[in-house]
Design a binder for this molecule. Structure first.
Ligand code: GUN
Length: 290
C-alpha cells in the first residue's frame, strides 16, 4: 500500500551510476543558492551528496540574500559559458526582490536541468521529447510507473498550480503517451467543491504546500494518493523543534488508499533522482561524441 520513494529512487540512482561510469566526460552540475533558508540549505546539500555518490561532479555557489538580480544574472552567464558545467540549478524560492522567472529564463535551455526555462516548458507543452522536464513532476510519473499504477484513461486530480509541480505534472499526465493519457483536473485554492471533485479522482496529486490539507472526506476508497508536500510543523518533542509533514492528513487518509506515498520518503527522494537523470542527459547531449 505504501509507495516507497526511497527504494524506487535508489533503483533509478543505481541505473544512473552504471551509466555515469561509462561516460567519457564526467557530468557536472552547478548549484546556486541565494541566502540561508534552512530548507534550501538542506535540499541543495542532499542534491550535492547524491551527485557525489553517483560520480557526478557538483559545484555550489552561495550568494548573500541581498545580492542584486544583476549579479545573479552575471553568475548564470558565467556558468552558461563554462563548458565544464553541464547543468545549472538555481534553488527556489529566491528573495522577493529577484524576479524568479527572469532568472529561470536566463539559464541556458541546454543546461536547464530544472526544466523551469520557458523554452523547456514550451517544449513540454508541444510534447517534444527533448524537453528537460521539472524534476518533481518527472519523479511523480516515475513513481507511478514503477509502482505499476495505470495512468492512461484515469482521472487525476492535481491540487496546486505552481510552476514547479502543479502545472508541469498536469501537462505530463495529460500528454499523448503510454505514461500519460490521463484526464487531468487542475485544482487550486479557488476551486469550488474541491472535496466533491477529489472524491471522483482515481489518482490525487497533492502539491498545494499546506500541511495535512487533504483530509479523509476528500478521498474515495481505492484512490492512489501522491503527496508532494514538504511542510515544517512545530514539534517541541523533536530535537530540531520541527518535523516534516505532507499536504495529506496521512493517518486518516492512508487507510482509504489503494496506494499512498509517505512524507518523508515518498516524492522527495525522486526529485533528487530525476535531477541526476537530467544532469546525465545534459552532459550526454553536450558531449554527443562520448
Ligand atoms: N525548490 C523546491 N523545489 C525545487 C526544485 O525542484 N528546483 C529548484 N531549483 N528549486 C526548488
Amino acid at each position: 500500500m505504501l509507495i516507497d520513494g526511497k527504494l524506487i529512487s535508489q533503483q533509478v540512482l543505481d541505473e544512473l551510476k552504471i551509466e555515469v561510469a561509462k561516460l567519457a566526460v564526467k557530468p557536472c552540475v552547478a548549484f546556486i543558492r541565494v541566502g540561508e533558508d534552512p530548507a534550501s540549505v538542506s535540499y541543495v546539500s542532499k542534491k550535492q551528496q547524491t551527485a557525489t555518490e553517483l560520480g557526478i561532479e557538483s559545484r555550489l555557489h552561495v550568494l548573500m540574500d541581498n545580492t542584486s538580480e544583476n549579479d545573479l544574472l552575471k553568475l548564470i552567464d558565467a556558468f552558461n559559458a563554462d563548458k565544464n558545467i553541464h547543468g545549472i540549478l538555481v534553488q527556489a524560492p529566491l528573495p522577493k526582490h529577484i524576479n524568479e522567472n527572469k532568472i529561470f529564463n536566463h539559464v541556458s535551455p541546454d543546461k536547464d536541468v530544472d526544466g523551469f526555462n520557458v523554452l523547456n516548458i514550451g517544449r513540454l507543452c508541444q510534447e517534444d521529447p527533448s524537453a528537460f522536464c521539472a524534476c518533481t513532476p518527472a519523479g511523480v510519473v516515475e513513481l507511478l510507473v514503477r509502482s505499476s499504477v495505470e495512468i492512461q484513461g484515469k482521472h487525476v486530480a492535481v491540487v496546486g498550480r505552481s510552476l514547479i509541480v502543479g502545472k508541469p505534472v498536469s501537462l505530463l499526465l495529460a500528454r499523448k503517451h503510454i505514461h500519460g493519457n490521463a484526464t487531468v483536473t487542475l485544482c487550486h485554492s479557488r476551486t469550488q467543491n474541491l472535496p466533491a471533485i477529489l472524491r471522483t479522482a482515481d489518482i490525487i496529486i497533492a502539491a498545494i504546500g499546506s500541511p495535512r490539507f487533504i483530509t479523509a472526506n476528500m478521498v474515495s476508497p481505492g484512490t492512489v494518493v501522491i503527496d508532494v508536500g514538504i511542510n515544517r510543523v512545530n514539534d517541541p518533542s523533536r530535537k530540531a523543534g520541527f518535523r516534516i509533514v505532507g499536504d495529506v492528513d496521512f493517518d486518516n487518509v492512508a487507510p482509504l488508499c489503494a496506494k499512498i506515498t509517505p512524507v518523508p520518503g515518498g516524492v522527495g527522494p525522486m526529485t533528487v533522482a530525476m535531477l541526476m537523470k537530467n544532469t546525465v542527459q545534459a552532459c550526454k547531449r553536450q558531449n554527443s561524441n562520448t
